[in-house]
Design a protein around this ligand. Structure first.
Ligand code: SF4
Length: 336
């Protein structure tokens, strides 16, 4: 592990100035992914700027049902917040499906979004990897790729984004707020992750020195029901083989007014199944409709031999989850 310096930021401005000034300086908050990668030699910062104590851990609920969550609010606090559990159950469920209690106590919202792929080659500095060492190659295509992506991947990289929480934030149409030394900007979660293309070393739109300050959530439509379901190789402390976050709103005739579907474990970003969503809109829900919509989305999948099973798995899990959500939405209409 490379020796590094530690700087406890005096303020947000101080933190941004310190990181912006040096390409080898990084922010440190929970450190649950960064420090692991430093131990493996994958990340080798010269300086870490600690922002964990800065006033960026707010959690504010608005009267209209929306919310704003500070970048350093811990995953445990957000998942356990009563209004998050009531207004955005998919978010609470997704966070609780990830990592362990100990990690969730340290891990922050921003750190969760920025966590790196768990592709085994990326984490092993003795192996080539275009994401870690641009131009060195990608051994995953002909090597171990069972856990890697089937949608939105490129010949340069087929890694998946591992965050459960990001899948829920995609369903919730979240916005990520960033600032640097001079300006602030807001980026829709859907535009936050960068497709691998020929530059898989770049995961997100965040520029060096930019700091995530908060994440905002618009209120869900009235009557929306949401849920997160994760398929994993063991019951806890495992990344998703595939996962599904979804929200369903029915109209007064029982048709699907809105379906939002996001997938984890299949792509370099939370994969919003917008083709399937469009196929479902304004139709009476049925098993045949779900099958048709999900197959239309998955026509674009490019699986490899070891991960081809994900195509059927994510379709089946999504159909079951949507069927459950429709039933719940119908029951709520009856009891209202
Ligand atoms: Fe590296 Fe991506 Fe290939 Fe994995 S899939 S070895 S992260 S380039």
């Amino acid at each position: 592990m490379r020796t590094f310096a530690y700087h406890r930021a005096a303020s947000v401005d101080d933190a941004v100035a310190a990181v912006s000034a040096d390409p080898e300086t990084l922010y440190l908050a929970g450190g649950t992914n960064l420090v692991d990668l430093m131990k493996l030699g994958v990340r080798r910062p010269r300086v870490l700027v600690d922002i964990s104590h800065l006033p960026l851990n707010h959690l504010t609920h608005h009267a209209d049902g929306g919310a704003v969550i500070g970048a350093t609010a811990t995953n445990a606090v957000v998942a356990g917040d009563p209004l998050i559990r009531r207004n955005f159950p998919v978010l609470s469920e997704s966070i609780l499906a990830g990592a362990s209690g100990q990690l969730r106590n340290s891990a922050t919202m921003a750190g969760n979004l920025l966590q790196k792929t768990r592709c085994a080659y990326f984490q092993d500095v003795s192996k080539p990897c275009n994401k870690r060492a641009p131009g060195s190659g990608c051994p995953a295509g002909t090597g171990a790729h069972r856990d890697l992506g089937i949608l939105g991947v490129s010949s340069s990289c087929i890694a998946t984004q591992p965050s459960d929480m990001a899948v829920a934030l995609s369903v919730l149409d979240a916005t990520v707020h960033l600032r640097n030394a001079t300006t602030e900007r807001a980026v829709a979660l859907q535009d936050f992750y960068v497709p691998p293309g020929n530059t898989p070393d770049r995961d997100t739109v965040v520029e060096h020195g930019e700091l995530i300050t908060e994440i905002s959530l618009p209120a869900l439509p009235a009557g929306a029901v949401t849920r997160y379901h994760k398929v994993r190789d063991r019951w806890s402390y495992a990344f998703a083989v595939v996962s599904v976050g979804a929200a369903v709103v029915l109209d007064d005739d029982g048709r699907i007014e809105q379906a939002r579907i996001a997938w984890g474990g299949v792509a370099p970003r939370p994969w919003r199944a917008s083709i399937a969503e469009a196929e479902l809109r304004h139709h009476k829900p049925s098993r045949q409709l779900l099958e048709r919509a999900l197959r239309a989305e998955l026509r674009h999948a490019t699986p490899l031999p070891q991960n081809a099973f994900k195509v059927d798995l994510v379709r089946e899990v999504t159909a079951a989850l949507l069927t459950d959500l429709v039933r719940t939405a119908e029951d709520r209409k009856v009891t209202r």
